[in-house]
Design a protein around this ligand. Structure first.
Ligand SMILES: Nc1ncnc2c1ncn2[C@@H]1O[C@H](COP(=O)(O)OP(=O)(O)OP(=O)(O)O)[C@@H](O)[C@H]1O
Ligand SMILES: [Mg+2]
Length: 224
């Protein structure tokens, strides 16, 4: 198993006080290498909360998160940052592109901390992906000069630039019309198959969720 979540409990506010709001309750899931899974559930059910835990952006109150058999819940801040950089790709609910950077600069941004954004190999990989998702003509444009779908495709390329093992997508098609949403889902599926990337895709759209290998619904703090 690439990823195992065991008895994960997470809420917001001070545990044990009336301000505490439980979100995830003894949640369990296992994701195999190369598997593509969808997570659906109503607004506020905890989908983003769950992705933040898997993405090591937040910590559970209880339970274990095993990645390749190693428990990441005990990692220090530095270890978590390295873990994210090395193994994970994120596509956020809002694409979070840097407005002052061009498309291609945005794509290369995750490589900066490793000092690798200028290497020939990485530039070629970036160009390959940009061409593949059909935004090559737009590569020197800034996000304000791109369409919503082009911004989302840029975010997909940026998430893949580090060749992650696990790609976490939080409603990547949320801001898109049906045609572009279907095209982006197709793209994510193809990329994850060709590059052997495991995909966790949070989506409201059942047509997109049905395309994944497995579909989980987040309900009452658990995955069904
Ligand atoms: N930082 C926070 N502090 C307090 N409460 C929070 C915080 N983040 C989320 N919540 C609450 O936790 C619950 C789950 O939020 P979450 O963002 O995980 O939902 P979601 O399933 O992703 O919803 P959506 O489909 O609208 O994106 C919500 O009720 C939300 O108000
Ligand atoms: Mg959300």
């Amino acid at each position: 198993m690439l990823l195992q979540l065991q008895n994960i409990t997470k809420g917001y506010g001070e545990p044990g006080t009336h301000s505490y709001r439980p979100v995830l309750k003894e949640l369990n899931i296992e994701v195999a290498k190369g598997e593509k899974i969808a997570i659906v559930g109503p607004s506020g059910s905890g989908k983003t909360t769950l992705l933040n835990l898997v993405g090591a952006l937040d910590q559970p109150e209880e339970g274990k998160i095993l990645f390749d058999g190693k428990d990441i819940t005990g990692y220090s801040k530095t270890e978590l940052a390295n873990f994210r950089n090395k193994h994970l790709g994120f596509i956020f609910q809002l694409h979070h592109l840097m407005p002052q950077l061009t498309l291609i600069e945005n794509v290369l941004l995750p490589l900066l901390p490793q000092g690798k954004s200028n290497s020939k190999e990485n530039k070629e990989w970036a160009e390959h992906l940009i061409k593949k998702v059909g935004i090559w003509e737009q590569r020197e444009q800034k996000p304000s000069q791109l369409s919503g779908g082009e911004c989302q495709r840029t975010a997909v390329v940026r998430a893949l630039i580090n060749k992650p093992e696990l790609l976490l997508a939080d409603e990547p098609t949320g801001a898109l019309d049906e045609e572009n949403a279907n095209a982006l889902t197709e793209l994510l599926m193809n990329l994850s198959e060709e590059e052997g990337v495991t995909l966790i895709n949070v989506t409201h759209a059942s047509a997109q969720a049905d395309r994944m290998d497995k579909k989980y619904t987040l309900k009452n703090g658990k995955l069904i």
